[in-house]
Every structure is written in C-alpha cells, then in structure tokens.
Design a binder for this molecule. Sequence first.
Ligand code: GLY
Length: 267
Amino acid sequence: MSYQRRYALVRPLPRSFSAALQQTPVPINVDLAHAQHERYTEVLRGLVGQLIVVPVDEHYPDCCFIEDTAILVNSVAVIARIGADSRRGESSAVYSVLHKLQQIEPSLRLHRLTEPATLDGGDVLQMGGKIFVGLSKRTNQDAVLQLEALFPGRVVALPVAAGLHLKSVLSALDDHTLLVEDAPPARAMAEPILAALPDAEAIYLPDAVAANVVRVGGTVLIQDGFPESETILLRAAAQRQLEVAKLDMSELIKADGALTCCSLLLE
Ligand code: GLY
C-alpha cells in the first residue's frame, strides 16, 4: 500500500458532541474539541489530494467519528450498519457524498451491509492486503460473512478483548508494522493479525490511544500528550523516514475517539 490518498472525508464536530457516547462518562470541553478537530482537518487537508467535508448533523453527537460509517477497500466503498442504534443514521450522508463522488470517480463501487449485520469501521483494520474485522459490541459475525462475500480470501475475524473497537488498541504504521498497546488483551488481539501476516512485526506502546495512528503518504499522524509512546513512535517513524504530525485530541478521546475515527481515506 502506498498510503497516498486521493480523498479524505471528514465530518465536522457537532455542538451536540457533549452528548456523544462514552464508555466512561466525563465532561467534554466542546469548544476545545472543536478546535482539536479543526486542526486535525487542516493537517489532513495538507496531506491528501482533496478533502471532502460531509455536512454536520446535530442529531448525531458522534457524527465526527466518520470512520465508523464505511470501509473503503481500493475502489470499493462498503457502507456500514453502525452497531449503536443512536448512530445508525450517520451512514446516510456519507452514502450520498460517495454516490456523488462516483460522477467523477466512475470506478468507485458502493455496497451496503444489510440487516442483521452490524459493523463500525473502527473495527476494521486493513493491512498487508488483509481485512481484519474485530468482533465487538458493535460488529457482528453477519458483517464478517457479508464482507467475506465481497472480498473472498481476504477477511480475518478476531475477537475484540479490549477497548471499544479493534483499532482502539492497535493500528498499522505500514503493511509490515503493527502498533499495539502493551497489555495482555491487546497483545492477544494482535496474535491472529501477526499470524496472518508472517512478514509483519509488532511495536508495543504503553498507551492504548497512542497505538492508533493515521498514515497518509510519507506522514504519520500521532497523538500528542503520551510522551513514553511518543518516544517509541518517533524512533519507528525515523527508521522508516516518515514525517510526524502530532495532534492533541484529548477531548475526542473522552468520547472514545482516536485518530483514525475522524476520517475516511480513499486511495
Ligand atoms: N463515541 C464513539 C462511539 O461510541 O461510537
């Protein structure tokens, strides 16, 4: 994978973000969350061919977490059926935008997951040509079956033993490097991924949220504010001659949002 991205879709953070779903309820500074999300958006704008902004919808406090609405595999977009009832409608606006994009990108194909499948894009990791799907509170086996039909031989399902989503504790720095929280449940989640990708190595980080990075071309976006993990990430990035952009997303983390959650990237 080259990680060059022709398009990135983002969705602004709504004023209703204070009502976003949280595993651990803590007050959110919505103004600061806005500023953090805007900086994320501007950094991404500088790295991709075209940034597409999906209109905000105040009815969906979590709508800035656009990753959960779809998965993009080469020129195929699979529209998710989000696992949380309160979020399920978030996918419609993303479908509309991708449908319009087909006018200038006719090779783009759209599929929809159908009931009883439920899937959040945060449970899907693409790495080394494989599509790893975390079975979680949000993503079920029916979704795995539907993805297997679309991408034969590429889907690997595994249980999510820690965090909200699969990518709450791990992500790909590149096709050969898996970043993983250094904790037993996350290490157990990484095992089937490393078994499926014999050329891949794991790098373990003390902070779960720091193990979620966004790779765009020769740049990697990492979380600011986790110094021990940052030291390890900076070393890994330097070894791979990658630029690093640090982003403070403290207020989005309170709603279980990580860096990958805030964009959909299309090659
Ligand atoms: N707040 C993100 C989620 O629960 O889906």
